[in-house]
Design a protein. Structure first.
Length: 301
């Protein structure tokens, strides 16, 4: 009996020593992590008593590192945004002040004054549009942003949005084709956010595509409502196409340098927040098409 007791005590003390060793190793690993080594992991075999604790600590460290990464990414994006802001706001503002100062000092001839005033007016609108996009961006990425989705008939809502663009299409001499079925298409969206999505996509065509034709279609695709906005403009290179929904990304190759690089990123976020999807296809010098999809909803009784 005594031998058995001694044997069991020996096993107990051996396990106790092993647990103490494991805890010391965990403490060393945690100290290493605290010092900044986020890649350090606490190792433990699945049959060890400290295994579950080790796995939980590794999960906490992983989540912490992920938050740090996201914070650093957001901080870098904000720095890029401020750099872009300082350039994109200063340029039209400097031009605006220059033309107004010329008029104020009387250095512009009566013939030139009218042109100066018109140029200043256009620059002021560019500046306002840029600030509106920035406001949307900061609001969308703040805790104050809220959605109010309701079941709505999307075809009628889209027609009402697009009718305001008709005079602009005519002024810009852009031929437009609008194909929206008369039958109702029900889905859940925030009407104001949906209007911003359509307006941003149409404005993107006018500002950047150099298109002479825009075609807007709505149709049913399986369980989705698909809205297509297609133009015959200069298109987007494949290398740019995969990045166009990223914040601050601006395409090159002759596309207008106007804009904040936030518009399409705002569109994507709004679409996804309403359980939709957005995609783009393009062939340079032929066409670009944006496709927005929302799930069809069954009419509530």
């Amino acid at each position: 009996m005594l031998c058995i007791s001694l044997f069991l005590c020996g096993i107990f003390f051996a396990k106790l020593i092993n647990i103490r060793k494991q805890l010391q190793e965990m403490a060393m690993a945690l100290s290493d992590i605290v010092s900044g080594n986020g890649n350090r992991k606490i190792l433990a075999a699945s049959n060890e008593l400290t295994a579950e604790l080790s796995y939980k600590l590794n999960e906490i460290v992983y989540n912490y590192e992920e938050q740090i990464y996201q914070f650093r990414s957001a901080d870098e994006a904000n720095r890029q945004l401020m750099t872009s802001l300082s350039h994109d706001v200063r340029t039209p503002l400097t031009t605006l002040i220059g033309y107004l100062d010329a008029i104020h000092r009387g250095v512009a001839s009566p013939e030139d004054q009218e042109n100066y005033i018109e140029t200043a007016r256009l620059k002021a609108h560019d500046l306002k549009n840029y600030i509106d996009v920035l406001f949307d961006w900061f609001k969308l990425n703040s805790s104050e942003f809220t959605l109010s989705p309701v079941q709505i008939e999307l075809a009628e809502l889209t027609r009402n949005i697009l009718k305001n663009w008709v005079p602009i299409f005519e002024e810009k001499q852009i031929h437009f084709e609008i194909e929206i079925p008369e039958k109702p298409f029900l889905t859940n969206v925030d009407p104001d956010c949906y209007e911003r999505i359509i307006n941003n996509l149409v404005q993107n065509v006018i500002s950047h595509s150099q298109a002479s034709v825009i075609k807007i279609q709505m149709e049913k695709e399986d369980t989705d409502i698909a809205v297509r906005i297609k133009d015959n403009g200069i298109g987007i290179d494949a290398a740019d196409l995969q990045h166009i929904f990223e914040r601050l990304y601006k395409c090159d190759k002759g596309r207008s340098d106007k804009g904040s690089g936030l518009g399409l990123s705002i569109v994507r976020q709004l679409v996804e927040k309403m359980n939709g999807m957005i995609d783009a296809e393009s062939e340079p010098n032929h066409y670009t098409i944006f496709i927005v999809r929302f799930p069809i909803e069954i009419k509530s009784t």
